[in-house]
Design a protein around this ligand. Structure first.
Ligand code: F6R
Length: 609
């Protein structure tokens, strides 16, 4: 939540700051601001609203200078307003600070600082940082920031510039991401990689408890005691184009269409072409260690949690391991009973979700083994887990998760098969067949995508609904939850996902002629029972949109609309079924005039609890 971008070099900073902030806008978009230094003076501009508002403001009164910091905000403390936008300043406007995270003891610090005569202009937690740095400044900005950190509790990624030290950006990190990009005679600072991919692929990840001084001459990283640390430079292999819309109207639509290739990349190198053996380079667990696992716990938030629910079905089915799925925020504070034989799998696109990170810490503290299934290379959760399996989906920028979800399902499917093989639950020939089914999925997904126009037409019939139900049984249930989440987050239509069998225990009371009911009715063990649920909805005047398997012509006589997915093994049908529901949500949101890539109140990575 919140995005930070910084530049120091030989060129004007402002265009870089605006461009970088636009790429980070998915992290928060309720206000934005920039600050530069020119002629020994801080120049600052900020306002409530999207970055385009800031751009308009800057067009009237541009900022100049070859050093600058910028911020796009998702409000936590203090409502979105001009005053609460970052950067924040000290009493004398000599320095400017941008911050991502939460200063938990800001209220007590604010009282103390006010008592010492400091004047506060905002109701944010961040402003205390500016005043503390002001107090602590004795000729060296780095020392002032270091001293400030000693007094604050909470999470932060912060960047500070000061007119007293005009050729420096001092940055610090604890709990929120911060990455330094190394260009030719210039340095970049960003909350994520895609925002600076256009300028450089050489990066340094700041770790918790590290500070850095960025100057035109280079970067130096220090620990909290002020000792310089030698850092590795990582080379990012993502293609800069992957962070652009590439001709699509929205990132969400682009990312929906990227799914076949994203899954091909997820599989690549992990299935041996001839033997169909599964191999994860990054997984440091030996077969012996895998055999010691007697329980699996998936932990995640939101869409990633839905992927975990599918994981529960797959691990029970293929590996016969007792498996649970936990919301990360619940798991971390509940004194979970886990031990060294428990495998805790954290699923996260961003690798920065605060609760999922907390769940990993809790799991490790209890002695469990942890694996992260993660999309963002080098992210905090990827680095804090015992092992990581990257989903290789490329940057996901649309706030609604699409390709991250289907690639998570791909990794989970392979991992469940791997455990099934190691535990000798599934035979070599069964595994080979199931892997072949997965290899065919990208082509089948391409077929699903060809149905986009038809799905858009159906969306056109239902876009005025105010409520909707999504029902599924077995592996269709998590997809019902995911379909409902996609619809509500991008279109603001109230949508509830339910296990279809539970409908009779309450939600059936909601059904009338105005209630669209999406029913996951793909081929599988529970198909007949799902047909029964369709009848029940129809008998009460509800309108049914069924997701069914190609060739099921009979269902068209029961349902009002049918979205078909190609036939595959039941374990992979959820992956195919998720995609028409993403397209459905996208077109409904579009018809309703919603901001698809930046739905209201949301942010892409939730780095606060
Ligand atoms: C929904 C969505 C969110 C995320 C959730 C977890 O479309 O994107 O529900 O899935 O915030 O985020 P990650 O996976 O980054 O931990």
């Amino acid at each position: 939540m919140c995005g930070i971008f910084g530049y120091i070099g030989r060129k004007e900073a402002l265009p870089f700051l605006i461009e970088g902030l636009k790429k980070l806008e998915y992290r928060g978009y309720d206000s934005a601001g920039v600050a530069t230094i020119k002629g020994g003076k801080i120049q600052l501009s900020k306002c409530v609203g999207k970055i385009s508002f800031l751009e308009d403001k800057l067009a009237q009164k541009p900022l100049t200078g070859k050093i600058g910091i910028g911020h796009t905000r998702w409000a936590t403390h203090g409502q979105p307003s001009d005053e609460n936008s970052h950067p924040h300043q000290d009493c004398k406007s000599e320095l400017a600070v941008v911050h991502n995270g939460i200063i938990e003891n800001y209220q007590e610090l604010k009282i103390q600082l006010s008592g010492r005569g400091h004047r506060f202009l905002s109701s944010t937690d961040t402003e205390v940082l500016a005043h503390l740095i002001e107090e602590n400044y004795q000729g060296d900005l780095l020392s002032a920031v270091r001293k400030t950190i000693e007094t604050v509790r909470g999470t932060y990624a912060m960047a500070v510039i000061s007119k007293s030290d005009p050729k420096k950006i001092v940055v610090a990190r604890s709990g929120s991401p911060l990455i330094i990009g190394l260009g030719e005679n210039e340095l970049f600072l960003s909350s994520d990689i895609p925002a600076m991919l256009k300028y450089t692929s050489r990066v340094i990840y700041l770790e918790n408890g590290e500070l850095a001084v960025m100057t035109p001459g280079g970067v130096k990283v220090f620990d909290l005691k002020g000792k310089e640390i030698a850092k590795e430079i990582d080379l990012i292999s993502w293609d800069p184009e992957s962070a652009e819309k590439g001709g699509y109207a929205h990132f969400m639509l682009k990312e929906i269409h990227e799914q076949p290739n994203a899954i091909r990349k997820t599989i690549a190198g992990r299935i041996q072409p001839d033997s169909h053996k599964i191999h994860f380079d990054e997984l440091t667990m030996t077969k012996e260690e895998m055999r010691t696992i007697n329980r699996v716990v998936f932990t995640a938030c939101g869409t990633s949690w839905h992927a975990g629910l599918i994981g529960e079905y797959l691990f029970e089915q293929f590996a016969r391991l007792p498996t649970e799925v936990e919301y990360a925020a619940e798991f971390r504070y509940r004194h979970p009973i886990i031990d060294k034989n428990t495998l805790v799998i954290a699923i996260t696109q961003s690798g920065e979700t605060a609760d999922t990170l907390g769940a990993v810490w809790e799991a490790r503290a209890q002695g469990a083994k942890t694996i992260a299934i993660c999309n963002v290379v080098g992210s905090t959760i990827a680095r804090e887990s015992d092992g990581v399996i990257y989903t290789n989906a490329g940057p996901e920028i649309g706030v609604a998760s699409t390709k991250a979800f289907t690639t998570q399902l791909t990794v989970i499917y392979l991992l469940a098969l791997l455990f099934g093989k190691v535990r000798e639950i599934i035979s070599e020939s069964e595994a080979t067949k199931l892997i072949q089914d997965l290899i065919e999925i990208p082509d089948k997904l391409e077929k699903v995508l060809l149905g986009e126009e038809g799905i858009a037409k159906i969306a056109g019939k239902f876009y005025q609904a105010t409520n909707s139900l999504y029902l599924g049984r077995g592996k269709g249930f998590p997809i019902a939850l995911e379909g409902a989440l996609k619809l509500k987050e991008v279109s603001y239509i109230h949508a509830e996902g339910y296990p279809a069998a539970e409908m009779k225990h309450g939600p059936i009371a909601l059904i009338d002629k105005n209630m669209p009911v999406v029913i996951l009715a793909f081929a599988g063990r529970r198909y007949e029972k799902v047909l029964g649920n369709i009848e029940e909805v129809k008998a009460r005047g509800g309108q049914v949109i069924a997701i069914a398997t190609e060739g099921d012509d009979a269902i068209a006589r029961q349902a009002d609309e049918v979205l078909y997915i190609p036939n595959t093994t039941e374990a992979l049908s959820p992956l195919l079924a998720a995609v028409p529901l993403q397209i459905f949500a996208y077109y409904i949101a579009l018809k309703r005039g919603c901001h698809v890539d930046q739905p209201r109140n949301l942010a892409k990575s939730v780095t606060v609890e």
